[in-house]
Design a protein around this ligand. Structure first.
Ligand SMILES: CC(C)(COP(=O)(O)OP(=O)(O)OC[C@H]1O[C@@H](n2cnc3c(N)ncnc32)[C@H](O)[C@@H]1OP(=O)(O)O)[C@@H](O)C(=O)NCCC(=O)NCCS
Length: 293
């Protein structure tokens, strides 16, 4: 078997906001995400005509030669998006303010993009997660996490940069991380002496009163010791203090540790987004997990 060399990742640039006008309907904002070769539309208004919306997104993605469409939308739009040809990949209960479910829907313009090249590895992780469901949490010495300050941004950015060859947000840029922290996004870290050895953040979506737990990285020599579970557990407390009723994550589907960590913390698996974004080692499948807080 000959192995094709992976095509080099494009330079990460901020997704470009596009406004899409629907007939007699609200204007829709979507993001043209060149890095992950997709058109993404987050939280369109519930009064949008979902069939027209789905068709417009597919048309816009085709015009820009993008391989995929991703939509996160109020569940009432789900059936109409399916009529337009999109596939429901996951449903997160109570995503919007704890009250309204969110559908995650996809459409692949590129037939190869619709099939996961690592479906076997993803299925193995799901089997592992299934087999270990309900196991008691492993007893461990307490891990102390602390809320990161702006001064911690360079160390966090360095850890993310060392951990991920590809990453869909500029979290390896100290200025970007500093801006997120200054804007109020909770970041938590574990230190070993002076060094930051693990980190994660909660990226708030204030209008939905939910947050995406993201930027999960533990230095290789510290993995499997419960550091990430401690960080995520404390981030969940940060979100409870913000009075957020739910949290979610999009976890790399073929990495056992991150999926097991979220399961251990009481998250439920809601579905898998096939070849959703560029992270880690190229375009990857992402598992959708969420829970109420
Ligand atoms: C994913 C990651 C953040 C996990 O961090 P961590 O500090 O090792 O996580 P924890 O120790 O808190 O939890 C991991 C759990 O998975 C288990 N685990 C990890 N790899 C495993 C494997 N290959 N097989 C079985 N179990 C595994 C651990 O034993 C632990 O479960 P336990 O509490 O029952 O012992 C870390 O592996 C990492 O940085 N990976 C690379 C970056 C990445 O892919 N991040 C996720 C982006 S979505």
């Amino acid at each position: 078997m000959s192995v094709q060399p992976a095509s080099p990742a494009p330079t990460l640039t901020a997704p470009r906001a596009l406004t899409i006008a629907l007939d007699d309907g609200p204007r829709i904002v979507a993001h043209d995400d060149r890095y992950s070769d997709r058109l993404r539309c987050d939280h369109p208004p519930v009064n949008a005509d979902p069939v027209e919306l789905g068709e417009a997104l597919i048309e816009t993605a085709a015009a820009r030669d993008r391989g995929r469409v991703v939509v996160l939308a109020p569940a009432d739009l789900g059936a109409g998006l399916e009529r337009a040809g999109l596939k429901t990949e996951a449903v997160m209960p109570g995503f919007y303010r704890g009250e309204v479910d969110c559908v995650v829907a996809g459409y692949w313009l590129d037939a190869e993009r619709a099939e996961s090249p690592v479906a076997g590895a993803v299925a193995e992780v799901l089997d592992l997660v299934d087999a270990r469901r309900g196991e008691p949490v492993r007893p461990r010495p307490a891990v102390e996490t602390c809320r990161a300050a702006v001064e911690d941004a360079p160390a966090i950015a360095a850890l993310i940069g060392e951990t991920f060859a590809d990453y869909p947000t500029p979290s390896d840029d100290p200025a970007y991380v500093a801006r997120c922290i200054a804007d109020g996004a909770p970041f938590r870290i574990v230190r070993d002496g002076d060094e930051v050895v693990a980190c994660a953040s909660a990226d708030p979506i204030p209008t939905a009163r939910t947050a995406e737990l993201t930027d999960c990285a533990t230095r290789p020599d510290q993995r499997g010791r419960g550091l990430m579970q401690a960080i995520l557990g404390d981030l969940m407390d940060d979100l409870r203090e913000m009075d957020y009723p739910t949290a979610f994550t999009l976890a790399r589907a073929r990495i056992p540790g991150v999926n097991l960590a979220f399961q251990r913390l009481g998250f439920s698996l809601r579905g898998t987004m096939v070849q959703s974004c560029r992270i880690g080692q190229g375009m990857e499948d992402m598992n959708v997990w969420s829970r109420s807080l």
